[in-house]
Ligand binder design. Structure first.
Ligand SMILES: Cc1ncc(COP(=O)(O)O)c(C=O)c1O
Length: 1007
């Protein structure tokens, strides 16, 4: 290697010559580090950057491999952030030059970024992006073949066994032994399992000096393909993890993140996932052997010594990790069950819940309990923190006595503040165990403990340290299919355990131990810690009783909720608050993935709502401008109260007489013009529209349906069929034959535009034409679907007279007309209670949803007596939940609030202010093409050009993102071209909110 100091101006002059003569480039040149080759950063006067490599002679095969792989990647995965070859003046990518002897020159495109080792933002997103990059890289390398990769290479950790013979180079005995153990474990355990793993060419060296990160902490480049080899694919992940985790507070977490991200883009098998942790350690062992050998051969190489310090430190840290737990975490990150048999055990326990006997006081038929709160939000948290031991004991006793309870309960899944000692750290202070894995039962010392089911004494340990478990017993049990699990009993008395023998059988109900006194139980108030264990991590009776919150998906499988065995009269488990990454992952495993996540790049975890604001887990408030469902404001106290009160009185189906339901139907129909006086209650807007189709078909005897282009009317099969937004979009099956689609009356970019007085009539002509088409086939329409303002169409206000003319055509043909008010009803349009009223029409059927229950799932169909009468044809209409007393009470409360807070009027004046403000912005920002709406149902359409109306969809996405990140405002897009900013906040949206939005939009559009 040539050191920097040895590189004088003359030698750089040689580099300049090469650049000028061979590549026709001029600029500045900076020497870069490199182990074998000479590397230079070239910056030309026109600010282009290149990497010039001058390869030492002697390894042509490897060099050819490096040249070929970049060609392969440029052709197959041009999006990857890897260098591209820049040909010389004659088109060659490899050129013979003379520079400190004969060399091959290669010019490559420059990759921006900081090497991982020196980058500041090496957090989870960095590890994740590294996983994605390697996955994509390996997908393209899977088809790459080159003789140079088919080598027996000492840096291939799949061949780590070769290094057993190099062990002797490691002089330090401790290190030699540690490395030897890892290599032996590789030979005995990993190697046989590697044989079945998929093989391909891999990069094999995504180390912390070969990976670049940008300023956002995302991987921006991968360098150096000189270590490529055909090996086991999983080695790629292990090598990257080995370096990425250096210095991380949670090294296994980094490895798990990389593996999980890799798996998402390039699936690995469970077997591969199970090998990663062991292979990371193997990489360290190989590295130490290689370095020891090289240092022996080349003693002055200080560079190697320095890098080995990291390796030795990280190897020790990983050795201190529980390998079983590490594997579980990696499995979990990849979406594999962390403890494969845990689910079977949990199911078996649930199936047999009736058969377990009480753990204490079997004579109590229905024990009375009091639940303690050991979180930081407990009313007595400060008191607890200051208690002496005796005070803590007295506190528990007093609470139990005062509540008249038989015993106290400490709950499962509780994130506790009481675990303060270092023993609760997992490797570093940032990774602490704090979530309770069992249920505590607080009762006096020497209280007998009974076995809930038959078992054998498997493990015993006296954890006689301050705040430890004290005497602890694990009973072993067997679920179906031979799956073993254990019940753990902590904080016992010594004398009660004295006679227990390992292997001793314990009968169901047998009193086999007793609660320990404070002096013996780890210095806690007397209580039993009862826990289920599906895998004791090799810790036996030293098993943890508290887990890491951030690792909850794993810990909940290791120790599931023991409520299933205890059968307590109270809820004794908490929902553990998980971090967003864990939630996204769990969600993707357990909830159908066709459900999208808002702001998927940086999703929000929302834990509260208040008026027009949503509150995230950190307490940050977000202005919600999307949610017309929580029409009268998130968590409106009057609505919440109505729900709570009625839920506490009665909730049943609507076949019984109930004042609230009748009152509600009265109040609701009072808001409609005659003859719309009859209600049907359902649970969602989709159900309402589906029922409307049935009503119309029964009444008219016709089957066919008319719908407006781009509309959405619901997710049921019958409604996907009348929703061009769905059936004509991705995954859609096209228009069904019984549905006719009429032209969308778009005054901004449609056939007839603003200013055309006849636009409404003209657009309605298409309704007539579609009916004519039907007639030619001997058919007539049953129902014409339209909203009063078109939502998915792009917040489009209908042209004057459109519905009037359209309804005339439909009715003339014997069809009925439906106004879908699911989005726009309940005073949102400001001037009227219903959007159809702005068109001066009275529909035959109106469907209501979203705002009707302020978030409670309810909906309704309103129609005339004659349509309802036709439907009463003998077939009963029954809906289990529709119109239940809780929904009716909520519906009434919503109507009360709309009335009492004058929300209809408020929508009108705030909407006018908003539209005036947006139109003023349009004078300044040409990207605003159109501002339209009624009340607080508004669309702002963005265009790149006001003449061509080219939609500015990408720009809108960017604006929505910036409004969120810079101003905390939540918005969404709409319209066939995805270029309409949709505005429909809760109706309480204030003038201040409106002005804040306008100022924020101005700022975002200006910058
Ligand atoms: C206009 C319209 N109709 C019907 C529906 C369906 O309502 P739900 O999602 O409650 O089934 C929606 C839902 O977005 C809608 O926007």
């Amino acid at each position: 290697m040539t050191s920097n100091s040895a590189m004088d101006a003359n030698s750089l002059a040689g580099v300049h010559n090469i650049l000028a003569e061979i590549y026709g480039l001029e600029g500045t040149v900076k020497k870069l580090p490199g182990e074998h080759d000479l590397n230079f950063h070239v910056r030309t006067s026109d600010e282009r950057n290149f990497l010039l490599k001058l390869h030492a002679p002697g390894n042509d095969a490897e060099l050819d491999m490096q040249v070929s792989v970049l060609e392969h990647l440029a052709a197959h995965a041009p999006q990857l952030p890897v260098s591209k070859a820049v040909p010389d003046r004659y088109g060659a990518t490899l050129t013979d030059v003379t520079y400190l002897g004969p060399r091959k020159a290669r010019l490559l495109t420059w990759l921006d970024g900081n090497v991982w080792a020196k980058a500041e933002r090496r957090g989870e997103p960095a590890a994740q992006s590294l996983g994605y990059l390697l996955a994509e890289l390996d997908r393209s390398l899977a088809t790459f073949e080159h003789q140079g990769t088919k080598r027996i290479y000492n840096w291939d950790i799949a061949r780590a066994v070769r290094h057993l013979e190099n062990l002797h180079y490691i002089e330090d005995e401790t290190k030699r032994q540690a490395v030897g153990e890892i290599l032996q474990q590789f030979a005995d355990d990993l190697l046989p399992r590697l044989q079945d793993c998929s093989r391909q060419v891999i990069h094999n060296d995504a180390n912390d000096y070969n990976v670049l990160l940008d300023e956002n902490g995302q991987v921006s480049g991968l360098l150096d393909f000189g270590d490529m080899v055909e090996s086991c694919r999983v080695v790629e992940i292990a090598v990257a993890a080995a370096y990425a985790l250096i210095g991380a507070s949670d090294p296994v977490g980094v490895a798990a993140t990389i593996a999980g991200a890799y798996h998402l883009k390039n699936q690995i098998t469970e077997q591969e996932a199970d090998l990663i942790f062991g292979l990371v350690k193997t990489r360290y062992a190989v590295s130490m052997c290689m370095a020891a050998k090289q240092i022996r051969e080349n003693p002055e190489n200080q560079y190697l010594l320095v890098s080995q310090e990291d390796v030795w430190r990280e190897m020790q840290r990983l050795n201190a990790e529980n390998a079983r737990l590490a594997n579980m975490r990696i499995r979990s990150a990849c979406g594999f069950a962390p403890v494969p048999h845990a689910k079977r055990v949990i199911r078996w326990l649930e199936m047999n819940a009736h058969a377990f006997s009480p753990v204490i006081r079997p004579e109590l038929a229905t024990p009375k309990t009091i639940v303690f709160d050991f979180t930081h939000t407990a009313t007595y948290a400060a008191q607890l923190a200051g208690f002496s031991g005796a005070e803590f004991d007295a506190f528990c006793e007093d609470q139990i006595r005062e509540a008249g309870a038989d015993y106290g309960i400490g709950i499962y899944g509780e994130d506790r503040t009481v675990y303060k000692s270092d023993a609760f750290e997992m490797g570093s202070p940032e990774v602490r165990r704090s979530v309770h894995l069992g249920i505590d039962i607080f009762a006096p010392d020497f209280e007998p403990v009974h076995a809930p089911m038959a078992g054998t004494v498997a493990f015993y340990h006296d954890d006689a340290v301050y705040n430890g478990f004290g005497p602890t017993v694990l009973l072993e049990h067997e679920a179906s299919e031979g799956d073993k699990f254990w019940t753990l009993y902590g904080h016992l008395s010594r004398r009660g355990c004295e006679n227990l023998k390992i292997g001793q059988k314990i009968e169901k109900g047998e009193a086999f131990a007793e609660f320990g006194p404070r002096e013996e139980n780890g210095e806690w108030p007397p209580h039993l810690h009862f826990q289920i264990v599906t895998d004791h991590l090799g810790l036996e009776a030293r098993m943890h009783g508290v887990g890491v919150r951030q690792q909850w998906p794993v810990w909940r499988e290791i120790s599931p909720d023991p409520s299933v065995i205890l059968g307590l009269p109270v809820s004794a488990s908490a929902i553990v608050a998980q971090d967003k990454t864990a939630l996204v992952q769990e969600r993707s495993l357990r909830i159908g993935r066709s459900l999208s996540i808002a702001y998927s790049d940086a999703p929000l975890k929302i834990v509260g709502g208040d008026g027009c604001y949503l509150v995230d887990e950190s307490g940050k408030r977000w202005l919600d401008m999307v949610n017309n469902v929580c029409h009268v404001g998130h968590c409106h106290p009057r609505v919440v109260e109505a729900a709570k009160t009625q839920m506490g009185q009665l909730n049943t189906n609507s076949r019984y007489l109930h004042d609230t339901l009748v009152e509600y139907s009265h109040r609701l129909t009072d808001l409609f013009p005659d003859p719309l006086n009859v209600c049907f209650f359902v649970n969602s807007g989709s159900e309402a529209n589906d029922l409307a189709i049935r009503l119309a078909r029964t009444y008219t005897g016709n089957r066919d349906l008319l719908t407006v282009d781009h509309a959405y009317h619901g997710h049921l099969s019958s409604l996907i069929e009348v929703s061009p937004y769905k059936f004509a979009g991705k995954g859609g099956e096209g228009r069904p034959s019984h549905v006719r689609v009429v032209q969308m009356p778009d005054l901004y970019r449609g056939q007839w535009r603003y200013g055309d007085e006849d636009a409404g009539r003209n657009y309605a002509e298409d309704v007539r034409r579609k009916i004519e088409d039907l007639k030619k086939e001997g058919k007539s329409p049953a129902l014409f679907f339209s909203e009063g303002i078109l939502g998915t169409g792009g917040q489009l206000v209908l042209p004057k007279g459109y519905l009037q003319h359209a309804y005339e055509h439909v009715r003339e043909a014997g069809g009925l007309c439906l106004a879908d008010e699911v989005q726009v009803g309940f005073g949102r349009v400001g001037s009227h209670m219903w959007a159809f009223e702005t068109q001066g029409v009275v529909p035959d059927i109106v469907t209501l949803g979203k705002p009707i229950g302020n978030g409670h799932p309810m909906a309704a169909v309103i129609t005339s007596e004659k349509v309802a009468a036709a439907f009463a044809n003998g077939m009963e209409y029954f809906n289990t939940f529709g119109g239940n007393p809780v929904s009716a009470s909520i519906g009434l409360a919503v109507l009360d609030v709309i009335r009492d807070e004058r929300l209809k009027h408020h929508c009108q004046v705030t909407g006018e202010r908003m539209m005036a403000g947006a139109r003023a912005l349009a004078e300044k920002h040409t990207v605003i093409g159109d501002v339209r709406g009624h009340g607080l149902f508004i669309g702002i359409e963005l265009v790149r050009d006001r003449e061509t109306l080219e939609p500015a969809a990408d720009e809108l996405d960017e604006i929505i993102r910036k409004m969120k990140t810079r101003h905390g405002i939540l918005l969404s897009s709409e319209g066939p071209h995805h270029n309409v900013l949709k505005i429909k906040p809760p109706a309480q949206f204030s003038f201040e909110d409106c002005d804040y939005f306008l100022a924020s939009l101005d700022e975002v559009l200006s910058n």
